[in-house]
Design a protein around this ligand. Sequence first.
Ligand code: ADP
Ligand code: MG
Length: 315
Amino acid sequence: MGEFELIRHFFYPVADATDQPGLILGPGDDCAVQRVPKNTDLVFSIDTLVEGVHFPENYEPTHLGWRCLAVAASDLAAAGADPVCFTLALTLPEPNEHWLEEFSTGLKQAATRFGLALAGGDTTRGPLSVTVQVHGTVPEGQEIRRAGAKPGDLICVSGTLGEAGAALAHLQTGQPDADQLQVLQRYHHPEPRLALGVALRSRVSAAVDVSDGLLADLQHILTASCVRGVVDATRLPISKNLRALRSDAVSLALNAGDDYELCVTISPDEYDALPDTVSAQLTVIGSVHTGEGVSVSGQDDAGATTGSGYDHFRS
Ligand code: ADP
Ligand code: MG
C-alpha cells in the first residue's frame, strides 16, 4: 500500500467518524479549513509522543491511538475549550497494515468520544512518533489560563489521582490481576475532562491538566499567578483500589503523572455557586496564599513530595 492509499484507507474513516460543523474541509487538500464563529477565539495545542520516551516499545497500537488524542485533548480541557478538530503527524518505521488498523481504531474511538474531527496530517517514515495538534474554541476572552489564582482561592482536583502512575510498574506484567487491570486502564485510556473544563469556564481563576504530577503541574499555576499553594495530603482523592495496591499511594497521587485530571483554583464564593453536578466532580485539596512555592500538610513522609515532575532536559 502506498502512502496516499494508506492515508485514505486508514485515516479518512477516522475523519468521517466525527461530525463537526466547525470543520469546513477535512483531509485530502493542501490545507484543512476550520470556520471560527464570530466572537469566539481559536484555542490550540500540540503534543508529541515518542516511542521509548512517552510509551513503551511494542506498545499496543489501539492504546496509542487513544492516548495520543487524549493527552492532547486534555490541554483543551484545561483551557475550557470546546473541542473541534485535530491534525496528526505520524512517523512510522514501516507501513505495517495490522499496526495501522489497530492504531486507527483506537484513534477513531477517541475522536468520536471527544468530539474531535481529524482534519488532516502528515505521514512519514522514521522512528515511531505521533504528534497531535488539537483545535478548540472559546467565547472571546474566556479561555482558562494558568495565571489567575489569587490568595484565598481553593485548590481543587477532578477524579482520583495516582492510578496511572501506578500502572507503569505493571505495563510488562503478563497476567495482571483485577487491581492491576484497573490502574492499567487509567494509563491506557485517559479520559480528558473536556465537559468539566467547559463547565468551569468563567468560574475558576486558573487551571492546568495533571500530566506530569499534581505538585509539578500545580506549581505551574502558582508560578504563573505569583502565589503560594498548600496541599492537604489527607484530602487527596485516592481510589480504594490504589490504596489496596500501593503503600505509597499518597506519594503517587502527589507526584506521579499521566492522570489527565484537572487541577483548578477557584474563589470560595464561586465554588459555593457551582452546580452540584460540577462540584461533585471536584475535591478541595488545598488553598492559595501570598508568597511562592508549594507545601504539603498532613503527611509524615516529607521526602515523598518532590514536586519536580518530569523534565525531558534535566540531567
Ligand atoms: P502535502 O504534500 O501537501 O503536505 P501530504 O502529501 O502530506 O500533503 O498529505 C496529503 C493529504 O493527506 C493532506 O490533505 C493531509 O492532510 C492528508 N494526510 C496525510 N497524512 C494524514 C494522516 N495521518 N491523517 C489524516 N490525513 C493525513
Ligand atoms: Mg505533508
